[in-house]
Design a protein around this ligand. Sequence first.
Ligand code: IPE
Ligand code: IPE
Ligand code: MG
Length: 233
Amino acid sequence: MTVPQHVAIIMDGNGRWAKERGMARVQGHNAGMKALREIVKHSDVLGVKYLTVYAFSTENWKRPEDEVSGIFKLLVRYVKSEIRELDENNVRVRILGDWSVIPEDSRKAVQTALARTEDNTGLVFSIALNYGGRAEILRAARAAAEKVLSGEIGVGDIDESIFSEGLYTYGMPDPDVIIRTGGEYRLSNFLTWQSAYSELVVTPVYWPDFTPEEYDRALEEFSSRDRRFGGIK
Ligand code: IPE
Ligand code: IPE
Ligand code: MG
């Protein structure tokens, strides 16, 4: 099996998982956090270098306030309970998205996690939080425009490499594979720029049920794909 360098995951299906069990949606998110813990560990075991997970989109603010606040509370709990082990395993935490506007206690937890792991050299674990692919592209466009205005570069100098410097994923390779749990065949504004040549693997399994074995299966499917990047064999 070829192990991808960068795996990105759309962790979907928490709500449906809870509903099927007659539970509140937030309990689905809680179960999802437990699944995440195992998937991060397994990524390290497999030798994945970059793991990026979609935790909260720029569109998820549309949800009822109690669900939104529940998700952020769980995030704080997750970060606080996992940070020591992540750090011991040399994992570097990154956040993709505008986390300046998330609730204060979550912001503090994030800040601590970033500071504590910034010098780590192992798995790069990115959490997309208040992330939107379009918002990210606009941000990069503004950054490039600023460089032109300041005279640093000319308009014609804006190429993919310079543009990428304004993306949250700056310095990271594009995802080789994007796994979506919960059965939906769409990207929902995830890694819009970076997904140009990513392999998409969709599984009907809800995120809380996504075990390391399911993860292996998804990566086996990735492994069987013929990636041509527009060329020929
Ligand atoms: C994904 O699960 C988690 C977030 C979007 C935060 P959902 O909450 O979207 O679960 P479904 O899709 O409603 O089942
Ligand atoms: C995508 O799931 C966002 C996250 C997993 C964080 P959604 O449940 O928000 O996506 P849609 O609404 O089904 O497209
Ligand atoms: Mg969903």
